[in-house]
Structure formats: structure tokens, C-alpha cells
Design a protein around this ligand. Structure first.
Ligand code: FRU
Length: 508
């Protein structure tokens, strides 16, 4: 019998053993980023949920800790969030700030309807041990079988805790002075957004627009469960709007469905709570899988990985406030340069890539706009994954990426349109640049295709133009598939910059 290759990422978090799905309880406290996660500590498929736990100081090297929260008489432990109770609003922390986890208790009993309620656990020792609150559950809603995934944050303007949680195909907002007593605020979601599946794992946060703190908007993330139809399976949409502590009022742009990621494998992602004010970033990770096949991907004792930690920003793109994502800058510290070059033609680059052998790396290029080109990553005798631009779309083609027999539509090509960006780049380019370039045709416009690709043992993450588009896909190549090649429609096309860097965690 063939053994499963080592698909465990070099620089992506995955549990050493057993099953993982959603990221949970992400909170920054005392120099550590905590990541809890939906975990089945006795099996490699979904089962009775616990909260697994890992910490990192640099967003690359993760230390997995023992299971943090276990099932009890109220049920198993579904997704949720964690906060620092700085002002001891709960009374749990007479001796200084500690952590509170707010999660869903999921209770199934024979012959009875399933019940989901919200509960608390707290830790006085930096998340190492947890006590359940004796007043659990703290929030119930009769008649709602899907009532889960609380994301809680402190709303400074109204000086109270806000909870957003998923209820069927809407989200609901609640408020509380102490995390124990909750008052209903409002519902959001009827008649807006995608309703292709059950709504799960919402997140709500405020971001400055184009970095201007005097002009901010609220972003609402909503993951959508797999309803079994279509090819996409589970994915995440986002809305922009305003939030006053009670109601979310969507912007005009939110009338159209907007996806956070255009690949198949970025689900249930939420952001870190309690980032230090002087840092101010909104950092995010998602679960790199899809409920369509999550339980049947190749496994040798562990299953499930997270995306790279990404920084989310709100930037005006073609006149629309758009959620952008870039890998957190900490990732850069783990890079080792392999090849750096400027103004190389496609044929020169083709030669330069031939000797390279890489399985975990970053590739960053800036190329002439409007050309079709791409890279084959994790290329071997029988496999290779293409990532690139074709006319006006960004794509990842994993139809020959390696193992795919576990799901009939896994071997496929995923794409997202870049047409709107191309038009706007031409329109908005300043006169000065255009005239400087006169004589060399439209050279100033010509180099604005930017692509950043992060490849690991079983994943590809592609970012277009500073993160206007993100695309995340799992791949399962043969282990010896470590070649990289470039292709394009014109041998003479020019890459203004090319950088290839190996990425390694200090552990590996
Ligand atoms: C999303 C989800 C959540 C739920 C958890 C259960 O992937 O279905 O809604 O809390 O997974 O593991």
C-alpha cells in the first residue's frame, strides 16, 4: 500500500495530529498570538468538537499546546472568539486582565432537537488552563437550531461588548456590559448577500479607508456553508457599511455579492482581537479547506491547515471601498532569497528557473500588463499547478496538481476577473507619468500586473495587485514535484521584477 506523502505545511499552521477546522478564539495577549481551533483530538475526521490551541510570537513558528476547552453537559464546543477583559467587566479577574472565550455549546440528544447556546470560559494564566463559567449558557434563542459562532469585541463608542453571531441565514447583534447578560440589538442579512447556504462564523470590525483614521467603515465577514449544489462548496462573503452599536447599515456597494477569496479553500476565517493600539493591524486567518471534501483529503494522521496570517485593509479600488489582503509582514522574516532579477524576458526567466528545486516558497513578479503568462509550481513528472493571468483573469489551475480522486470536481481551474482594474489603471494614471513615457509607447501603464504566490507542501495562495484579489487552493502534489517553470504568450514579454524566496519556519 502506498503511503501518504508529507503534506504538512512548512510555514502554515496545522495540528500535529488529528482533525482541525475553523480558527477560533484568536486574541493577542501579552506578546502572544493565540489561535484556538475546532479540533477532534481522537480522529482525523470531524467529530465531537473541542478547542485545540496554539500560540506564536512571530506568526510563523507555532507552538501547539494541549486541548484548551472540552465538551461538557451543555454540549460539544463549536466555534467562537476570545477577548481580553481589561476592565474586569466579568469579575473573573481580580488580579489583572485575563482571557474570556465566548463559544457555542452544541447539544445533541437522542429524540430531541439539536440545541445551540452561547457560553463562557476564562483563563487567568495566559490561556494555559480554562475554567467554564458556572452560569453557562449565557445566551439562548428558542426556535433557532442554527445559532452559533459568536464573535465578540469591545465597542468603545458605546462602552459595551458586542456579539455578532450566525442564525440560519442572517446574523444577529447582541450587546452586554459584562459578557454574561446579553440584550438583542438587531438582525442583518434578509434580502442581501449570498444565501447559497447557512451563514456561519461572522466577524465585524472597523477599518480606516485608505489608511485615513478620520474616515472609517465597518466590515462584516460572513462565511456560507456548503449547500451541496454548485461547484464552490463553502466560501466567505463580505459587506461594508456602518455600525452604531446596535444595527449594521450596508453601503451601496454591498448590494452586490463580494467574495473574500476566489479560490476554493479559505473558509470560516476571522480576525485577531485585542491587537495593541500602536500596531493597529487587522490580522486574519482562514481554514484552508472546503466542507465539500474536507473530510476526505489525503491524510497521514493530521488533517486541516490555516491560511497564512493576512493583514486586511480597506482601500478604494475603482471608486469602491474594497477589502484587500496581504500576507502579514512577519512572514518576510522567514524568507531566504533564491533568485532576484530585473527586466528579464520570458525566455531568460525560463532558463533561470530550470535549476531551481523548491517546495515551500514565495514568488513575486511585476510584469507587463495585458499579457497572458503564468507559473507552474510544484511541477513533477505527472503533476503541476498553473497560476497566472489569462486575458483579464487571474487563475489557479489545479486540474493536474496531483492527488484529486477524493472529490470529483477537485481537479479544476478557478478564476477571478481583473477587467475592472485594467480599465481603471489606464483611466487614473497621472498625466505626468503618461508623458514621461512618451516615445516608449505606453511603458508607464505597461508594468502594472503584480502577482505574489505563496506555495507550501499542499497549498497555493495567490495575491493580485497588492491584494485586490486573493485566491487560495489546496493541492496534493507528488512529494518530488519541486520544479518551477514559467510560460506566456510571447517569449519577448518582460518581467520588470522577479523575486523567488524559500520560506522556512525556524523550527523546520
Ligand atoms: C463552520 C462550522 C461552524 C461551527 C463549526 C463546527 O465551518 O460549521 O458554524 O461552529 O464549523 O465544527
Amino acid at each position: 500500500q502506498a503511503t501518504t506523502p508529507d503534506y504538512r505545511g512548512i510555514y502554515h499552521f496545522s495540528p500535529a495530529k488529528h482533525w482541525m477546522n475553523d480558527p477560533n478564539g484568536m486574541v493577542f495577549f501579552d506578546g502572544e498570538y493565540h489561535l484556538f481551533f475546532q479540533h477532534h483530538p481522537f480522529g482525523t475526521t470531524w467529530g465531537p468538537m473541542h478547542w485545540g490551541h496554539a500560540v506564536t510570537r512571530n506568526l510563523i513558528d507555532w507552538e501547539e499546546l494541549p486541548v484548551a476547552i472540552e465538551p461538557d453537559e451543555h454540549g460539544t464546543i463549536f466555534s467562537g472568539s476570545a477577548v481580553v477583559d481589561t476592565n474586569n467587566t466579568t469579575g473573573f479577574f481580580p488580579d489583572g486582565p485575563g482571557l474570556v472565550a465566548i463559544f457555542t455549546h452544541h447539544l445533541e440528544r437522542p429524540g430531541m432537537p439539536t440545541v445551540q447556546t452561547q457560553s463562557l470560559a476564562y483563563s487567568r494564566d495566559k490561556g494555559r488552563t480554562w475554567n467554564k463559567y458556572e452560569g453557562n449558557p449565557v445566551l439562548k434563542r428558542e426556535g433557532w437550531p442554527d445559532f452559533r459562532d459568536p464573535k465578540v469585541f469591545w465597542h468603545e463608542k458605546t462602552r459595551q461588548w458586542i456579539m455578532v453571531l450566525a442564525c440560519g441565514q442572517i446574523v444577529s447583534f447582541y450587546r452586554s456590559p459584562d459578557l454574561k447578560n446579553w440584550t438583542f440589538g438587531s438582525d442583518f442579512g434578509d434580502g442581501i448577500g449570498s444565501h447559497d447556504g447557512v451563514w456561519e462564523c461572522p466577524d465585524l470590525f472597523e477599518l480606516p479607508v485608505d489608511g485615513d483614521p478620520s474616515n472609517s467603515r465597518w466590515v462584516l465577514l460572513v462565511s456560507i456553508g456548503d449547500n451541496g449544489s454548485g461547484k464552490e462548496g463553502s466560501r466567505t462573503q463580505y459587506f461594508t457599511g456602518d455600525f452604531d452599536g446596535e444595527t449594521f447599515m450596508p453601503d451601496e456597494a454591498s448590494r452586490e455579492v463580494r467574495w473574500l477569496d476566489h479560490g476554493r479553500d479559505n473558509y470560516a476565517g476571522v480576525s485577531w482581537s485585542d491587537m495593541p493600539a500602536e500596531d493597529g493591524r487587522r490580522l486574519y486567518v482562514g481554514w484552508m479547506s472546503n466542507w465539500r471534501y474536507a473530510n476526505s483529503t489525503p491524510s497521514d494522521g493530521w488533517r486541516g491547515a490555516m491560511t497564512l496570517p493576512r493583514e486586511l485593509t480597506l482601500e478604494t479600488v475603482c471608486g469602491v471601498e474594497t477589502l484587500m489582503q496581504r500576507p502579514a509582514r512577519e512572514v518576510e522574516a522567514a524568507r531566504v532569497p533564491v533568485l532576484e532579477s530585473e527586466n528579464v524576458s520570458l525566455s531568460e526567466l525560463r532558463e533561470a528557473l530550470k535549476p531551481l528545486r523548491l517546495d515551500a516558497f514565495e514568488l513575486e513578479v511585476q510584469a507587463q500588463a495585458g499579457r497572458s503568462f503564468g507559473f507552474r509550481v510544484r511541477e513533477g513528472k505527472r503533476c503541476g499547478t498553473s497560476v497566472g493571468f489569462d486575458a483579464d483573469e487571474l487563475y489557479i489551475d489545479r486540474s493536474e496538481a496531483g492527488e484529486s480522486g477524493f472529490y470529483e470536481h477537485f481537479a479544476d481551474r478557478h478564476s477571478a476577473s481583473t477587467a475592472a482594474f485594467a480599465t481603471s489603471a489606464q483611466k487614473t494614471r497621472p498625466e505626468s507619468e503618461a508623458s514621461e513615457a512618451s516615445g516608449q509607447a505606453d511603458a508607464a501603464v505597461a508594468f502594472d500586473t503584480r502577482l505574489r504566490i505563496f506555495v507550501d507542501r499542499s497549498s497555493v495562495e495567490a495575491f493580485e495587485g497588492d491584494g485586490r484579489l486573493a485566491m487560495t487552493d489546496l493541492i496534493f502534489p507528488e512529494p518530488e514535484a519541486d520544479r518551477l517553470s514559467v510560460f506566456g504568450d510571447e517569449d519577448g514579454m518582460v518581467f520588470r521584477t522577479v523575486a523567488i524566496r524559500k520560506i522556512q519556519s525556524s523550527a523546520g
